[in-house]
Design a protein around this ligand. Structure first.
Ligand code: GTP
Ligand code: MN
Ligand code: MN
Ligand code: MN
Ligand code: MN
Ligand code: MN
Length: 197
């Protein structure tokens, strides 16, 4: 259990949750990116996050409604929030990487999906997002996470991680960076420098 009261669940543990549990599902869309900032700092990957209506940073996705599967709810939210072309980029069961469980005020699991696309596809998803039904209201910005660290050891990902994130989004980001191989555990630990100071 982490500081915010979330228990990390494997994909299998998610499938064993009781009937009364409610569900939310969010997706980490990313593409590997070999470009460098100023020809110097590897960008590593494009990872999509959003600025939300509440001022917090999170991933696109949302609450799964009654009668929807997790993937149905997620794909609906992705269409609403980023106008994702579901013919090309529908999120599948196989993209589910696990969940974050909260017991209070009620039992709810926040499922995490990870979807890799090419950099060119990422750009087309990003561009389409500004035309989404919820853009400008529920979603106030579409952005890429800075994954580099500047020479001062703080600019880039360490500074970005000092923002306010919704729910377990920050943990999901760090988890995904590691499981996708975008960053090593050591790289992530050093980007957390401000947390321990
Ligand atoms: P409406 O369409 O306005 O109903 O919102 P939504 O369905 O899009 O729900 P939202 O995306 O806000 O997600 C529901 C809840 O999940 C939020 O209140 C947060 O607590 C949590 N949440 C939001 N974004 C994330 C995220 O990226 N990761 C995780 N783990 N939780 C999130
Ligand atoms: Mn410039
Ligand atoms: Mn929504
Ligand atoms: Mn949402
Ligand atoms: Mn919703
Ligand atoms: Mn909505």
């Amino acid at each position: 259990m982490d500081h915010a009261g979330y228990e990390k669940l494997s994909a299998q543990q998610c499938r064993d949750l009781p009937e009364e549990c409610t569900h939310a599902a969010h997706c980490i869309i990313y593409a590997h990116n070999d470009d460098k900032l100023w020809g110097k700092f590897p960008l590593r990957a494009a990872v999509m996050m959003q600025v939300r209506f509440d001022g917090l940073l999170g991933f696109p996705g949302g609450l799964v409604d009654k009668g929807e599967s997790w993937e149905q709810g997620l794909n609906r939210e992705l269409q609403e929030e980023i106008a994702l072309d579901l013919e090309r980029f529908r999120v599948e069961e196989a993209d589910h990487v696990g969940g974050y469980l909260r017991r209070k005020p009620r039992l709810r699991c926040y499922h995490c999906y990870v979807k890799q696309v090419s950099l060119q596809e990422f750009l087309s998803i990003e561009t389409a997002a500004y035309g989404a039904p919820d853009y400008g209201s529920e979603v106030l910005g579409v952005m890429r996470v800075p994954l580099h660290t500047l020479e001062d050891g703080k600019g880039g990902l360490p500074a970005f991680l000092q923002n306010r994130f919704v729910g377990a989004a920050r943990d999901q980001l760090l988890f995904a960076l590691q499981t996708t191989g975008i960053m090593s555990g050591d790289d992530i630990t050093s980007a957390l420098c401000w947390d321990s100071s």
